[in-house]
Design a protein around this ligand. Structure first.
Ligand code: F6P
Length: 357
């Protein structure tokens, strides 16, 4: 008998269900008896022993369903070693649940924070296999995370819709795309949507350069401009501040987000009519795109293979188009960022896109 615990942790994304379905299919088709324990709301379920036993039929018909059938929550890694409000040692509690259920392996689907905790649990002696999920595509050790391409589709669709109305009215439009720390989603949706200016956290912008790019378009007779702006886009000036100084500055800012600040400055200097669109959590919602259905199924089956071969302590990943695996300790705590001198940025610049730098 193989006993598997499964949880989804952190912000949700498309194809979490597809990935879990892949794991279960990969196991049930290749071994005789499997018991699956699904933990509710991520690590919270493991800490407080909230779980339900699931059978293969629970994973049937969920390939196309967004969200996660297990529920999820954010359990910050930095608080994992801090006792809860009742003095409970969370790490000890997670280990105790795992051992009480006599699990052979814990399957964890998550992003960056989730992987730090998964690695911690591995170091505490648990068998762990992880799958890379996030719309941000910022997990180190994999070329692609599931959820990313679905979110690119949605953000691109938002920019497409804005394009026609921006052109009709001759307006400057900012579309704020998700991604506080990295700009993959903004970069891809920006290029796919034909944005004129793309602002991402990895390339701090100079507001005067942004304005110059808008003015240049105006001189060329293009009355409208589309900016794809990452949630975490940062000015050159702010990039020089320490984390603490930036936090203090942002607290005093009258703007709800960076796009509003950029819009106010552009309006003041150019006098052009400006609008802002924030698609927000729509980008994480709905049915996974076909690419993510394929990717999550492949990764799920690969995770099942690792479990069957007892190759614990790994994240399944994609490297150069092939399904692979990476040791958890290599993934934990590392962000995969857009490199400002990478080919995709150089090509975009050659194609006339301004990054405001
Ligand atoms: O999960 C990644 C992400 O969607 C980021 O792109 C975004 O900045 C953040 O989560 C939003 O978090 P929350 O769902 O907690 O508002």
């Amino acid at each position: 008998m193989l006993r598997i615990g499964m949880l989804t942790s952190g912000g949700d994304c498309q194809a979490l269900n597809g990935a879990m379905r892949g794991v279960v299919k990969g196991l049930t088709n290749n071994t005789k008896e499997v018991e699956i324990y699904g933990f509710s709301e991520g690590y919270k379920g493991l800490i407080y022993g909230n779980y339900r036993m699931l059978s293969a039929s629970d994973f049937s018909g969920i390939l196309t369903r967004g969200g996660t059938i297990l529920g999820t929550s954010r359990q910050p890694f930095k608080l994992m070693r801090v006792p809860d409000e009742n003095g409970l040692d969370k790490v000890a509690a997670m280990k105790s649940t795992y051992h009480k259920l006599n699990l052979d392996c814990l399957v964890v689907l998550g992003g960056n924070g989730t992987h730090k905790t998964a690695n911690l649990l591995q170091n505490e002696g648990l068998n762990v296999i992880t799958l890379p999920k996030t719309i941000d595509n910022d997990l180190w050790g994999t070329d692609m995370t599931f959820g990313f391409q679905s979110a690119v589709d949605i953000a691109t669709h938002a920019i497409d819709c804005i394009h026609t109305t921006a052109a009709s009215h001759g307006r400057v439009f900012l579309v704020e795309v998700m991604g506080h720390k990295v700009g993959w989603l903004t970069l891809h949706a920006g290029i796919a949507g034909g944005a004129d200016i793309i602002l991402i956290p990895e390339i701090p912008y100079d507001i005067d350069k942004v304005i110059q790019a808008i003015e240049k378009r105006k001189k060329m007779g293009k009355g409208f401009t589309i900016l794809a702006v990452a949630e975490g886009a940062i000015s050159k000036e702010n990039a020089k501040l320490s984390k603490k100084e930036l936090k203090e500055k942002n607290k005093k800012s009258p703007y709800p987000s960076v796009s509003y600040e950029i819009a106010a400055k552009v309006q003041e200097k150019t006098g052009q009519e400006i609008r802002i669109t924030v698609p927000g959590h729509m980008q994480r919602g709905g049915s996974p795109c076909p690419y993510d259905r394929v990717l999550s199924t492949r990764l799920g089956i690969a995770a099942a293979n690792l479990i069957l071969n007892q190759e614990y302590g790994n994240m399944v990943s994609v490297i150069n188009g092939e399904i692979s695996k990476v040791p958890l300790e290599k993934v934990a705590g590392k962000l995969k960022m857009v490199l400002p001198d990478s080919n995709i940025i150089k090509e975009a610049k050659l194609g006339g896109i301004s990054f405001g730098d």
